[in-house]
Design a protein around this ligand. Structure first.
Ligand code: ADP
Ligand code: ASP
Ligand code: MG
Length: 329
């Protein structure tokens, strides 16, 4: 089983999503793959601003922000040209948007608490999972969006919730395995979960990597791949300017770290290597699950491999095209 996670930087617009679903199809084995998606780039930041506006008693500006997000998702959907899938995804997005607007319009600044904020923050991943699932179906790949609130059970520490492992495993297998066995790729929302009582939570900013590792743990996956916008984990932020190259050696190249132990990866993540959320490591190391960090926009590059050093394998570059298998069903 392989979990493929796509970050917001890989889902910024329709062109990126079109590229992502082709990549996902190429690297998915029938009945062996699950996707995890972040919100489209910038959407969670925008939702966080909307929450601040609400708390600042600026409800009208908050609602305007929600309308702007609706417009952005609608533009992505229409540019995707999903044919027969378009109406279904549009209805799904409209339902999500209506819920969000009700929640903004019906909440007073003093009631904008942590639980309310997480329900607002969850909108981005719920929307992107539906766009990606629709785009996969449009390629004749069977796929369904799955809200992680249905199985990723956490404590009630809103904005930084911790998963309850046993309950999550039990519910996750109950929900995901029947889909996988039917040849349907679950497209799971990153970043979000729910309490035992069904109240939406989030796992902390940038935590969709962690969600992917949790899904990997639930399904006893062999590998978890984080597709992002750089070639892997480097010794410093590869998007940094000259100042990050150091005063003594301004021309020094950034070094891609091709193989890392779990401890090394954790250390780098804790030191700010944003391509990898630090909590990702914990669910993987126990089962020696291989983690790969790869570049969505340079998929020919093998990326960084974390763990699994004993039976090191290069990153696979192709596999059975799912479209053919789906078309035969
Ligand atoms: P995603 O949207 O895929 O989750 P993120 O923005 O969370 O992507 O993480 C990828 C970004 O992490 C890269 O664009 C890069 O600028 C930044 N980054 C910071 N430090 C490092 C590092 N040491 N190695 C790789 N990337 C890093
Ligand atoms: N969308 C969430 C965030 O921006 C989670 C993630 O991208 O990993 O923090
Ligand atoms: Mg990230």
């Amino acid at each position: 089983m392989r979990v493929l996670k796509f970050g917001g930087s890989s889902l910024a617009d329709a062109a990126a999503i079109t590229h992502v679903v082709r990549l996902a199809r190429k690297h998915s084995e029938p009945r062996e793959s699950v996707l995890v998606c972040s919100a489209c780039a910038g959407v969670t930041n925008r939702l966080a601003q909307i929450i601040d506006l609400m708390r600042d008693d600026q409800g009208i500006r908050a609602l305007a922000g929600v309308w702007a997000l609706r417009k952005r998702h609608r533009a992505i959907l229409f540019s995707l040209e999903l044919g027969a899938e378009q109406a279904r995804v549009w209805n799904e997005l409209e339902d999500l948007g209506a819920g969000l607007r009700e929640s903004i319009a019906g909440t007073a600044a003093r009631d904008a608490d942590g639980a309310w904020a997480d329900s607002v923050l969850s909108y981005g991943e719920r929307a992107s999972a539906r766009l990606v699932a629709g785009a996969l179906r449009n390629l004749a790949v069977r796929a369904e969006a799955v809200d992680a609130t249905r199985f990723l059970i956490t404590d009630a520490n809103f904005q930084n919730a911790a998963p309850l492992r046993e309950e999550t495993r039990h519910r996750g297998r109950e929900i995901l395995l029947p889909l996988v066995e039917r040849g349907v790729i679950p497209v799971v929302t990153g970043f979000i979960g729910a309490t035992m009582d069904g109240v939406t939570t989030t796992l902390g900013r940038n935590s969709s990597d962690f969600s992917a590792a949790i899904v990997g743990d639930v399904l006893d996956a062999d590998e978890v791949w984080l597709w992002t916008d750089v070639d892997g984990v480097f010794d410093r932020d590869p998007r940094g300017g000259a100042e990050l190259r150091g005063p003594d050696s301004p021309d020094e190249e950034f070094t891609l770290l091709e193989e890392l132990t779990y401890d090394e990866a954790l250390h780098l993540a804790n030191c700010g290597a944003k391509a990898l959320h630090p909590r990702t490591i914990e669910p993987l190391r126990e089962k020696n699950t291989i983690l790969r960090i790869r570049n969505t926009f340079r998929p020919e590059h093998p990326g960084t491999r974390v763990g699994g050093r004993d039976n090191a394998q290069p990153a696979p570059t192709s596999s059975t095209p799912l479209a053919e298998e789906s078309a035969a069903q």
